[in-house]
Write a protein that binds this ligand. Structure first.
Ligand code: VAH
Length: 317
């Protein structure tokens, strides 16, 4: 029987690009994209789904004979701090609904997106190891750390094949990010293409782990397509690609758009960034399922600017 994929949060920064990749991989009719609102130019099978409601999830699984679930719906770090209890409810209770439905309906595989936001200030700042105790200080990070333990619990107790990645800050041209602390790195490219300077909400020395969208999506599918025996970490895998600070990003963009400038005005997001690692050790992902990033800051910048120039062409705007 053909795999039928359910993806939640299909309108999100990662969810929308992952939906397209899943459609290309499994066939557009075999991917059920869901979210709480429909994106006007969406192509494929879409269903409205509020994952805080268990019965709605169960209905979609039964109606479409779902075999795999990618649960991408979540509120990110910066936006999450504006309403902590709501963020906890959305990020955690939705995942528990997904896990219960997956268990009861015999779903083959579940993907859960975690984040380097699960680490706190006491973790080693450089080459932060996979297995270090997690002391997040954002509700987003707390919810992702809790979700990792629930994923591991459902694997141990019910043998549910839940797999997870701790994404660094994801940068892509396809979608605007929403409410993240690493969003500055996406916004800066857009301002540069428009010929405008960018006011960055982090200071110029804030080094953070980042990953290009193409690498993040490929890592997701490579993890999900690995054999069950290869998956030895059932909380979540660290993956790393590059680390840079806003000044390095400014220089990389200026190589291609010389007059571009960033102005630095740190806001509340500086404290969030300061609590996260500078760089990540991902030896386990490389050993267990051969993870290998392809994009560095220079290659990402070339690809971002090439694609954004297309996006901003009058005929495409
Ligand atoms: C955020 N983009 O900024 C997300 C990510 C590591 C950061 O989890 O909240």
């Amino acid at each position: 029987m053909k795999d039928k994929i359910l993806i939640t949060g299909a309108n999100g920064q990662l969810g929308s690009v992952l939906t397209k990749k899943l459609q290309d991989t499994y066939g557009i009719t075999n991917v059920i994209a869901t979210d709480i609102k429909l994106n006007a130019n969406f192509k494929g099978t879409f269903e409205f789904l509020d994952t805080t409601d268990y019965n709605s999830i169960a209905t979609i699984i039964k109606e479409h004979n779902i075999t795999e679930i990618y649960h991408m719906a979540a509120i990110l770090s910066a936006k999450g701090e504006t309403n902590p209890l709501h963020t906890w409810n959305i990020n955690n209770n939705t995942f528990l609904n997904i896990l219960e439905a997956a268990r009861l309906f015999g779903i083959k595989k579940v993907f859960y997106p975690s984040s380097i936001a699960v680490y706190g200030k006491n973790a080693p700042k450089n080459e932060t190891p996979q297995d270090f105790f997690l002391t997040p200080t954002t509700v987003y990070g707390m919810s992702k750390a809790a979700g990792e333990h629930w994923a591991n619990y459902y694997f141990l107790k019910y043998n549910l094949d839940v797999r997870s990645l701790r994404y660094p800050g994801v940068i892509g041209y396809q979608t605007s990010p929403g409410g993240g602390t690493t969003d500055y790195a996406v916004d800066a490219y857009h301002y540069a293409i428009k010929g405008e300077n960018y006011t960055c909400f982090l200071n110029e020395t804030s080094v953070l782990p980042m990953i290009y969208m193409d690498d993040a999506i490929r890592a997701t599918l490579e993890l999900m397509n690995a054999s069950k025996a290869q998956i030895k970490t059932r909380t979540s895998y660290n993956i790393a690609s590059m680390s840079f600070n806003p000044k390095a990003l400014e220089h990389a963009i200026c190589e291609l758009i010389p007059h571009f400038k960033m102005i630095y005005k740190p806001d509340f997001r500086q404290d969030i960034a300061d609590s996260w690692p500078n760089s990540i050790n991902d030896n386990e992902a490389r050993t267990d399922w051969n993870w290998q990033p392809k994009y560095d800051l220079k290659a990402m910048t070339v690809d971002m600017i090439k694609n954004l120039k297309e996006t901003y062409k009058p005929e495409n705007a």
